[in-house]
Design a protein around this ligand. Structure first.
Ligand code: PLP
Length: 374
C-alpha cells in the first residue's frame, strides 16, 4: 500500500518509538506523577524537564517557554484564547487559511470579537499594514494544512505593533526550518503526530513575559498555564521526534522537493497544482475536474493509494473546502481537490503508484459527476 497522507498523521518514527518505550518501561518499574515529591515523581519530572530542554533547543526557544499539551488542537485553543483574554483587548484576528482548530475558536469564545485576515487566489494571506489598537492577538499558520502554501508570518510580526502573534506550525515542522526566536512570534503551536511522535503529544511555546489564562481548573501544572498531569513518556517521545526531524531537515527537504517535482511532471494535463505560491516541499495540492472527491478517494484507496481530499481532519466528512472557497473558488472548484503529502519513508515508487492510479480514479469520479447531472 502507498501512504501519501502524512499531513494527516505519520507513523511513529523509530527514534520516537525507542525513546517512548524506554520511558514507558522506566515508569512501569518506578511509577511517578511528575508533580509528586517522592523518588518516582522526581524521576518522571526529570524526564519531563529534559524533554522540555531538548524541545526548546530544537525549536529555538527557552526551556520555560515550552508548555506541554495534548496536541496541536489544544495548543491552538490555549494559545489563541488564553493569550487574547489575558490582554483585556476585545478583538482577535485570524487568517482565512487556518485549520479548524483555530478557525472554529470563535464558537468557544463568543466574548471575543473575531475578525479575518483575507487570503488571495493563490492561498497566501494578505497581511494588513496595521492590525488595529483593539486587536489582542493575530493568528496565522506557518504552512496552510490544506494547500501547503507558506504564509507570510514574518510580515504579520512586522505589522503587529503591540498585538500578540500566534502561529500554528504543525504543518511546517519537519518540512521547513522553524525557529521560534527567529520568527519573532509570541506563541507557536507544535503537534507530535505530524512528525513521528505519538498522537496526543504537542506543545505550545509561549514567549517569556506573555501571560495566558489557563482554560481549565485543576492542578496548575505547567506553571499554572495548563492543568493536567504531564504525559512524561509522551514528552520524551516528542522531544526525540523533534530533534531527529531538525537533524534530518536538509536531507528531507531535498528528497521531498525531488519527489514533488516528479509528481508534478507526471500529472495529466487536466490536473493542476492548485497554487503557484511557495509551498511546503512535503505537500502537493491538486485541483481536478470533478465534484466527487469521495469517489476519487475511494478509487485511490482501492488501487492501494491513501491520499486526502483537502484536510483529513474533518472526521471523514467531505464538504467544499472553506479555505478554497476563501481563495475565491466556486463550490465545484472547492470540491475537486486532492492533498498528497510525504513522510520519512516516501520514495519514488509511491509517487509512481499515485500517478498510475490517478487516471482511473479521476475517471471513476467523473462518472459519478455525470450520473448526478443526469
Ligand atoms: N493544526 C494543523 C495545522 C493541523 O494540520 C492539525 C492536524 O490535524 C492540527 C492543528 C490538529 O492537530 P492535533 O491532532 O495534534 O490536535
Amino acid at each position: 500500500r502507498t501512504y501519501l497522507d502524512h499531513a494527516a498523521t505519520t507513523a511513529l518514527s523509530p527514534v520516537a518509538e525507542e525513546a517512548w518505550l524506554k520511558a514507558v518501561r522506566q515508569l512501569q518499574s518506578m511509577p511517578g506523577n511528575p508533580s509528586a515529591l517522592h523518588a518516582g515523581g522526581r524521576a518522571a519530572s526529570r524526564m519531563v524537564e529534559d524533554a522540555r530542554e531538548e524541545i526548546a533547543d530544537a525549536i529555538g526557544a527557552e526551556r520555560a517557554e515550552v508548555v506541554f499539551t495534548s496536541g496541536a488542537t489544544e495548543a491552538n485553543a490555549l494559545g489563541v484564547i488564553g493569550a487574547a483574554r489575558h490582554t483585556g483587548r476585545p478583538a482577535v484576528l485570524i487568517s482565512q487559511v487556518e485549520h479548524d482548530s483555530v478557525a472554529k475558536l470563535a464558537d468557544a469564545a463568543p466574548d471575543l470579537q473575531w475578525r479575518h485576515i483575507p487570503v488571495d487566489s493563490e492561498g497566501v494571506s494578505i497581511v494588513p499594514s496595521s492590525l488595529g489598537d483593539d486587536v489582542a492577538l493575530a493568528s496565522m499558520s506557518l504552512v496552510c494544512a490544506e494547500t501547503g502554501v507558506i504564509q507570510p508570518v514574518e510580515r504579520l510580526v512586522a505589522a503587529s505593533g503591540d498585538t500578540l502573534v500566534h502561529t500554528d506550525a504543525a504543518q511546517a515542522i519537519g518540512h521547513l526550518p522553524v525557529s521560534f526566536s527567529a520568527l519573532g512570534v509570541d506563541l507557536l503551536t507544535l503537534g507530535g503526530h505530524k512528525i513521528g511522535a505519538p498522537v496526543g503529544t504537542g506543545a505550545l511555546i509561549v514567549r517569556r513575559g506573555v501571560e495566558i489564562d489557563s482554560d481549565r481548573p485543576g492542578g496548575g501544572q505547567e506553571r499554572k498555564r495548563r492543568s493536567g498531569t504531564v504525559d512524561a513518556a509522551g514528552a520524551v517521545a516528542l522531544a526525540a521526534a523533534l530533534t531527529a526531524t531538525v537533524r534530518e531537515l536538509d536531507v528531507v527537504i531535498e528528497r521531498h522537493q525531488a519527489l514533488k517535482d516528479r509528481l508534478v511532471a507526471g500529472l495529466p494535463p487536466e490536473v493542476h497544482v492548485t497554487s503557484q505560491a511557495p509551498s511546503s516541499p512535503g505537500m502537493v495540492h491538486l485541483s481536478l475536474p470533478t465534484s466527487s472527491p469521495e469517489v476519487l478517494l475511494m478509487a485511490f484507496d482501492q488501487a492501494g493509494v491513501m491520499v486526502s481530499a483537502g484536510s483529513a481532519c474533518h472526521a471523514g466528512v467531505t464538504r467544499p473546502s472553506e479555505i478554497l472557497l476563501n481563495m475565491g473558488r466556486d463550490t465545484a472548484g472547492a470540491l475537486g481537490v486532492l492533498r498528497v503529502s510525504f513522510g520519512a519513508d516516501t520514495d519514488a515508487s509511491d509517487i509512481d503508484a499515485f500517478l498510475e492510479a490517478l487516471p482511473g480514479a479521476l475517471a471513476a469520479a467523473q462518472r459519478m459527476d455525470k450520473h448526478f447531472k443526469e
